[in-house]
Design a protein around this ligand. Structure first.
Ligand code: MSP
Length: 593
């Protein structure tokens, strides 16, 4: 393990030389098989979603952030199947001007709005099978304690000073903006109004005395962190973007607002006239969940993966690591960044009326179907477009026809009347193509299939490590197609169980296909948990045989016994995934409009 030791930093604005980082060290990890870290203590992993603003109901973009985190976390559980090894948090971001204003506009007390919308997120995540281990609300007492303690750490290290802040503030984005990031656009009355260049949201001029964080001191440490760990921010283009930002001047950051202006938040300890800046408040949620300031939090930190959208990159990749370094901690292990969903080519927005309600989608496409769609079609490096026909086409072809059809073909009573996991015949399908004797029937493509499925778990794990879940699903889907080709080629329905010549080969074809299905079911668990459960149950795979360590694909081919051979298949579970055919009324309506 490489340790980079402390730096000394020069204080600004009248501060004397301060030693900030004496007690922290960056930690780098090497990867072992399947990308699991070698250091066993560090097999503990903690995944986080952003915490969601409660000013409006959840949409599919929010669900996508949560699904990416859920799939990464579930995949980690497949690698390290111990409840104590994986933490996964999500929650709601409930303080700040944005919420204060939204509550006032709705004629509600802020706490009422928070309770109402936070409950909607909790319900959505329950329905969508998000397997989080904690749901944090920033209005909870445990969070106030963590934030105020964190503030105290920064203060005691000489990193906060009081100064006059004058500049633009965007309440919708909860951020300060330099003049260069502000433009003018015609407002509702036709007058030119100042708006954020990036988001288009209105900004207002602010001038007040605030607490200011010495962010400028962290430019070099942040550069060193990112240069020393090229995967810290994944995918790579986002890593590059952050390094580019750090080439520019990094001004100090205002981290409080006057309480008379912003009352809905956490007061600055010892100074009730100021409220802590909502982003500092929100980011500390990642520590609150793991028990900070109780020292136990160190068993989770910094082995943390933050999953975030590209719009909040600066907060997570610059402000947050700088704040952590300032408080004497390491930056997070990984920041996984994703792009956005558009709808029929347009940005989703309340004013355009095109916000897609994720609960309607879960109803239409089923929970597994919609999870599969978002994760199969969502490419973190660029924006992706949503429309109904695309979902139907994908799910019908990959889940209903290819995967469901394969399971049905290989387990149907007509083809496997005994309902038993059939025996594999090593002379029909010897481990070396050159050894195929007179009773051997395997062809070159069959060996290609076995080799593709044997290497699939490692390929999938690598894709997860690179935050390319869509590629993992593409690889599974390609192997499903290959397996269907294998079954088609050998047409087991034309073979006869009664014939001593056909029977061993018929059993072998079905055994190989079921083994492939077992691998697909295992690897699909992070994305389609209930569909994978039904598939594996139908194959008779017990709950203790569903981790990556238990996979042992086609062990008979490699000369080892198989625990499945001769075992009774699980009970018939019906159609694996029903076709969403064109006759569905909502789809017809969508075509007409
Ligand atoms: N509250 C802050 C995060 C604080 S984390 C310490 C916030 N909340 S948010 O509700 O606006 O956004 C939450 C997540 O949803 C972000 O990751 C954001 O990128 C994501 N999405 C919002 N719109 C999206 C799409 N249209 N598509 C995909 N994800 C999008 O920011």
């Amino acid at each position: 393990m490489l340790r980079v030791s402390a730096f000394r930093l020069l204080g600004r604005r009248g501060a004397s030389r301060v030693s900030l980082l004496e007690d922290f060290s960056f930690r780098y990890y090497s990867s072992g098989p399947l990308g699991v870290r070698d250091d066993t203590r560090d097999s503990r992993a903690y995944f986080t979603t952003p915490i969601f603003y409660v000013n409006a109901a959840p949409h599919i973009g929010h669900l996508y952030s949560a699904l990416l985190a859920d799939a990464l976390c579930r995949h980690h559980r497949l690698r390290v199947p111990s409840d104590a090894a994986t933490g996964f948090s999500t929650g709601t971001d409930e303080h700040g001007l944005k919420i204060q204003q939204a509550a006032a506009a709705a004629g509600l007390a802020p706490s009422e709005l928070c309770d109402r919308v936070s409950a909607q997120f909790q319900q959505l995540f329950r329905e969508a099978d998000i397997s989080s281990t904690d749901f944090i609300r920033t209005t909870e007492a445990r969070h106030r304690i963590a934030v105020q303690h964190f503030w105290g750490m920064l203060k005691s290290r000489g990193l906060l000073y009081k100064g006059l802040y004058e500049g633009w503030y965007c309440a919708s984005d909860e951020c300060f903006l330099p003049e260069a990031k502000v433009t003018r656009q015609p407002g509702p009355s036709g007058d030119l109004c100042p708006v954020s260049l990036e988001s288009g949201h209105p900004v207002s001029w602010t001038k007040e005395e605030n607490y200011i964080f010495r962010l400028s001191q962290f430019r070099e440490p942040l550069q060193q962190w990112l240069r020393g760990d090229p995967q810290a921010i994944t995918p790579e283009p986002f890593h590059h973007t952050v390094l580019q930002w750090l080439e520019e001047e990094l001004p100090d950051l205002s981290v409080s607002r006057r309480s008379s202006h912003l009352h809905w938040g956490i007061p600055v300890p010892g100074d009730d006239s100021q409220t802590i800046y909502v982003w500092l408040d929100a980011l500390v949620n990642y520590l609150t969940v793991i028990g900070y300031p109780d020292p136990e939090f160190k068993s989770w930190w910094p082995n943390t993966s933050h999953i975030i959208g590209k719009d909040i990159l600066k907060f997570h990749a610059i402000y947050w690591p700088a704040l952590l370094l300032g408080a004497g901690m390491s930056p997070p292990h990984r920041i996984y960044v994703h792009s956005h969903w558009t709808v029929c080519g347009q940005k989703m927005s309340k004013s355009l009326g095109n916000v897609v309600d994720p609960r309607t989608c879960l109803d239409r496409y089923t929970v597994d179907g919609f999870r599969y769609f978002l994760l199969r079609q969502g490419v973190p490096s660029w924006d992706c477009d949503y429309y109904d026909e695309k979902v139907v086409k994908l799910l019908d072809s990959e889940l209903a026809d290819a995967l469901g059809g394969l399971l049905n073909r290989c387990t149907a009573n007509k083809i496997n009347p005994s309902g038993i996991y059939p025996a594999f015949c090593a002379t029909c399908f010897p481990s070396e193509p050159g050894l195929v004797g007179p009773s051997g029937r395997a062809q070159a493509e069959d060996y290609a299939l076995v080799s593709a499925v044997a290497t699939l778990p490692k390929q999938v794990a690598d894709h997860y490590d690179n935050f390319q879940i869509y590629k993992a699903l593409e690889a599974v889907s390609s192997c499903v197609r290959q397996t269907n080709g294998f079954v088609q080629r050998h047409a087991p329905w034309k073979l006869n169980w009664e014939s001593p010549v056909d029977a061993p080969w018929l059993g072998t074809v079905l055994h190989v296909a079921l083994e492939c299905l077992r691998v697909f079911g295992t690897l699909l668990q992070p994305v389609t948990p209930s569909l994978a459960d039904r598939l594996l149950s139908r194959l008779g795979v017990s709950s203790t045989e569903r981790s990556l360590g238990e996979l042992h694909f086609l062990s008979r081919f490699y000369g080892h016994p198989s625990p499945f051979e001769g075992r009774r298949l699980g009970p018939e579970t019906g159609v694996l995934f029903p076709r969403l055919d064109q006759s569905r009324s909502w789809l017809v309506k969508a075509h007409k409009t």
